[in-house]
Design a protein around this ligand. Structure first.
Ligand code: NAD
Length: 434
């Protein structure tokens, strides 16, 4: 098939590349000149494991192209994906400016039948809104709008896209159904379901999934917090809970709270949707409040250790991205920790395997940057672990001790072993573990 993907960020670039990998011809369109220039020169604009090789292969074989020109990009396509940003707007509402402005432009550009597929995370009723905007300039026989929320996880996005656990598609015509089936069947040869439903249910499914996962994380953070107060060990509790198949092992690790470009904004957007229909979604309110406190847990522990005096203390941070295997720092707990430490007068040196450039773009000279984990330990008063990259799991402890001024470690991701750390002579603070 000939496909256009509008928006070449984490979702658009991965989707476009993976559709090309299945033999489709894909034109990726973006408003950013620097992104398209870079992608046309063969340089990826984001880090995602496994993306480089399929991007190069499909680009070299001519199935994957990049353009800033919307008219040219959609010309040959029969299916147009919208993978546009839907950031948090006023009152927590999802901001649909990009989606609706592109729909407006498409309305004047489309000349033959095209299926418009919304891959962005959008509130209920958006498929209808996009339809209404298109219909201002376009005959209704020339388009249909389908809702196809994306469930890929950053850090495992290629694998998730190529072998999705399920595909959710909201639509209302047989023609749209047969196009979507043809497009997606190669991705579910093992039998994972393509779930067809109405557009509103598809839109709500995405928010339900993210809100549920955010709630699961938050619940474990609460168990960790109460474990600290009663002297329990959250590690033991986590393993016992995870062994219960009704609960499952995943998303049970406590830590410094959830971040990223999706969970925080999607939880707020769902709360906003509930408010518009006068529904008080109490669980979501609690999740938002608890997470705001949790993402400052590492800062709080440092502050308590230094008796409220962090001025001129040199703090090392290991990990900046909101989770491992991505360079994405949007809403990362590390940002809140850095801001709080800077306000308290601390000096900070940071290290992250992938996201240093993104952090530099925000903080510039305000921080020092380590080229490897150990450079970020030089003469520090304390180390804070903010992201569970594998490289931090088995560090060279003797090297750590020789470089750090004081041997204080606050582990915001429970990656190190408390007993071992104590034996090695560190003052070690964890989350939910004595
Ligand atoms: N990142 C994820 O893990 C993830 C997962 C599932 C769903 N989503 C959802 O997918 C959507 C996109 O997320 P993302 O993380 O890929 O965002 P992103 O910010 O990485 O990418 C969006 C891209 O759209 C481009 N863009 C903005 N306005 C444009 C316009 N008018 N015309 C053309 N291009 C334009 C931007 O330059 C950018 O490259 C959001 O709704 C998000 O909630 C994201």
């Amino acid at each position: 098939m000939k496909i256009a993907v509008i928006g070449t960020g984490y979702v658009g670039l991965v989707s476009g590349t993976c559709f090309a990998e299945m033999g489709n011809h894909v034109s990726c369109i973006d408003i950013s000149k620097t992104k398209i220039e870079s992608l046309n020169q063969g340089t990826l604009t984001l880090y995602e494991p496994g993306l480089e090789s399929i991007y190069s292969r499909n680009r070299n074989q001519g199935r994957l192209t990049f353009t800033n020109d919307l008219a040219q990009g959609i010309d040959a396509a029969s299916v147009i994906f919208l993978a546009l940003p839907t950031p948090q707007g006023a009152d927590g509402e999802a901001d649909l400016t990009a989606v609706l402005s592109v729909a407006e432009q498409l309305g004047s550009l489309i000349k033959s039948y095209k299926l418009i597929v919304n891959k962005s995370t959008v509130p209920v009723g958006t498929a209808q809104k996009v339809s209404n905007v298109l219909a201002k300039n376009l005959d209704s026989s020339l388009f249909e709008v389908v809702s196809n929320p994306e469930f890929l996880r950053e850090g495992a996005a290629v694998q998730d896209f190529l072998k999705p656990e399920r595909i959710v598609i909201g639509l209302s015509s047989e023609q749209a159904k047969s196009i979507m089936k043809e497009l997606y069947e190669p991705f579910v040869r093992q039998g994972n379901p393509i779930l067809f439903m109405d557009e509103i249910s598809a839109e709500l499914t995405k928010y339900a999934a993210n809100a549920y996962l955010a709630t699961k994380i938050t619940f474990m953070n609460e168990i960790a917090n109460i474990s600290e107060l009663v002297g329990a060990n959250v590690d033991s509790i986590r393993k016992a809970l995870g062994a219960d198949s009704r609960i499952g092992k995943r998303f049970l690790f406590p830590g410094v709270g959830f971040g990223g470009s999706c969970f925080p904004k999607d939880v707020r957007a769902l709360k906003h949707t509930a408010e518009t229909v006068n529904y008080d979604f109490k669980v979501l309110n609690a999740v938002i409040d608890i997470n705001e406190k949790q993402r400052l847990k590492v800062y709080d522990k440092l502050n308590t250790h230094f008796d409220g005096n962090l001025k001129n203390k040199r703090i090392g941070l290991w990990g900046l991205s909101f989770k491992p295997n991505t360079d994405d720092i949007r809403e990362a707990p590390s940002l809140y920790t850095i801001d709080a430490l800077l306000s308290a007068g601390a000096n900070i040196i940071v290290y992250d395997p992938q996201s240093i450039n993104n952090i530099k773009a925000i903080y510039g000279e305000k921080l020092d940057y380590g080229k490897d984990p150990y450079e970020a330990l030089n003469q520090i008063d304390a180390l804070a672990i903010m992201t569970e990259w594998s490289v931090f799991r088995t560090p060279e402890y003797s090297k750590m001790k020789s470089l750090m001024k004081s041997h204080i470690v606050v582990d915001g991701r429970t990656v190190l072993d408390p007993e071992n750390m104590r034996k090695l002579g560190f003052i070690y603070y964890s989350i939910g573990r004595p």
